[in-house]
Design a protein around this ligand. Structure first.
Ligand SMILES: O=C(O)CCC(=O)C(=O)O
Ligand SMILES: [Fe+2]
Length: 365
């Protein structure tokens, strides 16, 4: 039988957008009769399969209320579940988390209002400093990228110092409340995770100075895309920090990698999604790997997600836990690095899988 070489059909796309004409993706997506995307929004030359495995049953669910249960059996079961979820998936959904559904909905609504403000009422578009405490922009780091993400974002440092854009006016109060409520959840999770690693309950809090931990709110806006099979909202990456809490409007799009395969995440109603970050991988000396994830887009509905990253304090030098290394009699597998330097470097480059983490990984491990 004669073998035939695969024929690659280049998809029809528009001429690339010039850097000087770069605009918010919202504005680009609202261009009348936009049927094709500019070539520098095409992550793929040919339409790729955006559907992935469905895993509604297998993604772990953790009942947070059990972590503070007076019943020691319930508590230890929750800690075991956390251990399994962090080790096997790096991803889980939490229920009974204490954050009112109305507050989560209000946060998503006010984020939508933010992106719909006239440009002159938003903070400066695309500021140069990637550690600016209030940063509004498009893609991930458009100054460094060749291919852009179908995404606009607002990033706000909300702890240990609270920052907030001036508009929408309702944002400040909601954000203060969301910040306080998510910190309560983070405290419980961090204590549980510390114990799940076989460490004392407060070990993680003390070592990484979590009383002044850096919390960043990231609101993501993904408008409908005429060629969703060519574009990406966010390419595969892992997050900095210990873990990220994520909520979304009722439009799906998050995919996580598990055992080399991509899975669609269908969030349970009123749940919060949690993904483990690079600094938990470093602290746990590779026991809890940060999870690769990406955001896909669709051609019908605007998707909004709100991620809250939870890291150490900016000046903490993060290294594998010395207690853990000692308990387990192993060698540290990561080079110590100040969180602030790690964050700067990660934000100052295009998003690319776990490339930042690989820079601190000791390669013979
Ligand atoms: O929108 C999503 O589902 C993912 C967002 C994300 O990965 C991020 O903001 O780091
Ligand atoms: Fe992420």
């Amino acid at each position: 039988m004669a073998s035939t070489a695969p024929v690659l059909s280049q998809s029809l796309v528009l001429a690339p957008i010039q850097p000087s004409q770069l605009t918010s993706i919202k504005k680009l997506a609202e261009t009348p009769d936009l049927n094709f995307i500019p070539s520098n929004y095409a992550y793929y030359n040919d339409p790729h399969e955006i559907s992935a495995s469905e895993s509604q049953d297998s993604i772990p669910t953790i009942d947070i209320s059990l972590l503070t249960s007076a019943n020691p059996d319930h508590k230890s079961k929750a800690i075991q579940d956390l251990n399994k979820a962090c080790q096997e998936w790096g991803f889980f959904m939490v229920i009974n988390h204490g954050i009112p559904e109305s507050l989560m909905r209000a946060m998503l609504d006010v984020s939508n209002e933010f992106f719909n403000l006239p440009e002159e009422e938003k903070p400066k578009f695309e500021p140069k400093d990637v550690l600016e405490p209030v940063r509004y922009g498009t893609s991930f780091n458009s100054a460094k990228e060749k291919v852009f993400c179908w995404r606009d974002f607002l990033k706000v440092f909300v702890h240990p110092e609270f920052h907030c854009p001036h508009k929408p006016t309702a944002l400040r109060e909601l954000l203060l409340e969301y910040c306080e409520k998510t910190r309560n959840l983070v405290r419980k999770l961090v204590r549980g995770i510390s114990e799940s690693l076989g460490l004392e309950e407060y070990e993680l809090v003390k070592t990484l100075n979590l009383d002044s931990s850096l919390q960043i709110l990231i609101a993501n806006y993904y408008p409908p895309c005429p060629q969703p099979q060519l574009a990406l909202g966010m390419p595969p990456h892992s997050d900095h920090g210990l873990f990220t809490l994520l909520i979304e409007n009722q439009v799906g799009g998050l995919q996580i990698q598990h055992k080399g395969e991509w899975f669609n995440v269908n969030a349970l109603p009123n749940s919060i999604l949690v993904n483990t970050g690079d600094h938990l991988e470093i602290f746990s000396n590779g026991k809890y790997k940060s999870v690769l994830h990406k955001a896909i887009v669709n051609n019908k509905n605007t998707r909004i997600s709100i991620a809250m990253t939870n890291g150490p304090s900016l000046n903490t030098i993060v290294s594998p836990s010395s207690k853990l290394v000692e308990n387990e009699g192993c060698e540290p597998a990561y080079i110590p690095m100040k969180y602030k330097d790690y964050l700067f470097s990660q934000q100052n480059n295009p998003l690319n899988g776990k490339s930042m983490l690989n820079r601190v990984k000791i390669q013979n491990n």
